[in-house]
Write a protein of this length. Structure first.
Length: 164
């Protein structure tokens, strides 16, 4: 065990925008009263609703019926996180646009767990299970940016945005 002198620990800044998006996601995930009345399930596509904009973060509620998911995408210059409230989401992370299937690249994100993303992070998310999933997503520095990404045959599998 060792002691850390107080003068070596930086105080938290008063500006809460420096708060990590995963902390915001966890906080809202735990506060069901903040979003309970917004929750819907859409049989045609995953449902998304803006819950709040707080301290420079956009907080979104998403619901996923079995089999619903995203295409391969990134979030532009946005940093963010998502937390699963109930159920399980599978996140497949892509490196350079090619799936990382032979290495740990598929993450099973269960209730209470979070994943973080930033600029250049390419992934797809899906509800693989038999039950609906609810998740809270937080976007910082750019809002809810979702850009489809394609694997270009001419770029040997590198990710290139296909739109905004």
């Amino acid at each position: 065990m060792f002691a850390v002198p107080e003068n070596t620990v930086a105080p938290l800044p008063a500006d809460q925008r420096s708060r990590h998006p995963v902390r915001t996601a966890l906080s809202f995930a735990a506060d069901r009263a903040a979003w309970r009345n917004l929750l819907r399930y859409d049989p045609d596509e995953r449902f998304a609703a803006l819950v709040d904009t707080v301290d420079g973060h956009e907080v979104w509620l998403l619901s996923w019926l079995p089999g619903q998911g995203t295409e391969i995408h990134d979030h532009g210059d946005t940093t963010g996180a998502f937390t699963v409230v109930s159920g399980q989401l599978d996140e497949t992370v892509h490196a350079g646009g090619a799936a990382v299937r032979d290495r740990p690249g598929v993450h099973h994100v269960r209730a209470g767990q979070s994943r973080v993303f930033g600029p250049g992070y390419v992934h797809e998310v899906r509800n693989p299970g038999p039950d609906p999933v609810v998740s809270v997503h937080v976007y910082q520095d750019g809002g809810r940016t979702v850009r489809s990404v394609t694997r270009s045959a001419t770029c040997a599998g590198t990710a290139t945005p296909s739109g905004t």
